[in-house]
Ligand binder design. Sequence first.
Ligand code: ATP
Length: 319
Amino acid sequence: MKTIGILTSGGDAPGMNAAIRAVVRSAIYYDCKVYGINRGYKGLLEEDLIEMDLSSVGDIIHRGGTILKSSRCEEFKTEEGRLKGVKILKKYKIDYLVVIGGDGSFNGAQKLSELGFPAIGIPGTIDNDLAYTDYTIGFDTAMNTIIEAIGKIRDTSSSHERVNIIEVMGRYCGDLALYSGLAGGAETIIVPEVNIEVEEICNKLNATKKRGKRHSIIVLAEGVGNAQDLGKEIVNQTGADLRITVLGHVQRGGSPSAFDRILASKMGVRAVELLLDGKAARVVGVKDNKIIDMEINKALSMKKEFDKDTHEMVKILSR
Ligand code: ATP
């Protein structure tokens, strides 16, 4: 009988629980034993493991967050830390490890595989910042959370004829801002991948005001800069009545969307099947609506391409 360990690491994302459920239930279906490792690599080094059965993952498919908890762990970035981790995995007779997280967590999985310990990564992050996969688990839910907020802000923005800046997550990747901005009908979407001058934003505000449009939504990805500074500049240049909303961690919570639950379930099953097939140092993803897998190193070396065409298209639609 083989034994699989599973952990969630880095920033949490809605749908991680659905992925845990899929890994645990498919592993048991294939006659494996499963250990859940609490709090990511940190919990591994602290030997915080618990055996899981079918009912350990009951009633969690609809829940946000992760029942296994998540954390960041500096010690695991050292060779010494990872060797300690492998020793603990071996102590529990764990043969394979499934890591659910973002690129940092995948780096950890890659390094474990280099030490001869087979690990597989499942992409769980709301940012959608991994180039090898069309979607990461949690992105769709976060996007839906944002458009719900945009809709509510739009109501009051329209009543009071205001300009509203809505700051969303995305330090290096503008996907959340772009697609939620498009779906929310934002007038301007500011992302790290495309440079935009404040003057351009103000010119647009002035032009739309001239033709009678008195409210405007600006979606700003957090990585671009401070919403307060941008807001001040806009007020200085246009005299607009402006409000700022920083959505923050509300974007990371909530019940996962159907899309994220389905994606997480499919990816979880594929991860287990790959390991039992003797394949490791790989990550699972989705490309053109098909579940795929790829070497971790290759996946991490790919550069994410920003969807500039859609960003341009928004300019046509949001006048
Ligand atoms: P998110 O995209 O939400 O930030 P992430 O998985 O990229 O998620 P990180 O904080 O970058 O989040 O990484 C999570 C953990 O993975 C780190 O705290 C560390 O324990 C481990 N890790 C990251 N980079 C490495 C590395 N180069 N080698 C070994 N382990 C690493």
